[in-house]
Design a protein around this ligand. Structure first.
Ligand code: FES
Length: 120
């Protein structure tokens, strides 16, 4: 059995509308997770790359949030439209997408440090 090379956790947490921290999947559609899974399937990466639904990853202010292990790459404000780049650049080639990257100094700050996605 081949080893996993990459594991993506996708926050699919829902909170009530108006919650101070927001949430990553307000409609509960799971669209981001589904798009990632479909992209892996179409690229035949399934045996070595996994996508899993996660509960709150505690980076809510920057969501929708995806973290890529083992590299510990945190992406924020991710949309299904970003999925092809995440798969091609980060999963396949190991490149970090600067426009999606949540800076290390913003992680675990519960909104005390601002970050907005850079134009791609
Ligand atoms: S709700 Fe997604 S990181 Fe908290």
């Amino acid at each position: 059995m081949p080893e996993f090379t990459c594991h993506l956790f996708v926050c699919c947490n829902r909170r009530e509308p108006g919650h101070a921290r927001g949430c990553c999947d307000p409609e509960g559609s799971g669209a981001l997770k589904a798009a990632l899974k479909e992209a892996l399937k179409s690229r035949k990466l399934g045996p070595t790359v996994r996508v899993n639904e996660a509960g709150c990853l505690d980076q809510c202010e920057y969501g929708p949030t995806v973290v890529v292990y083992p590299q510990q790459i945190w992406y924020g404000r991710v949309t299904p439209a970003d999925v092809p780049r995440i798969i091609e650049e980060t999963v396949v080639h190991g490149r970090i997408l600067a426009d999606l990257l949540i800076p290390a100094e913003c992680l675990n700050t519960k909104g005390r440090v601002g970050w907005e996605r850079r134009p791609g």
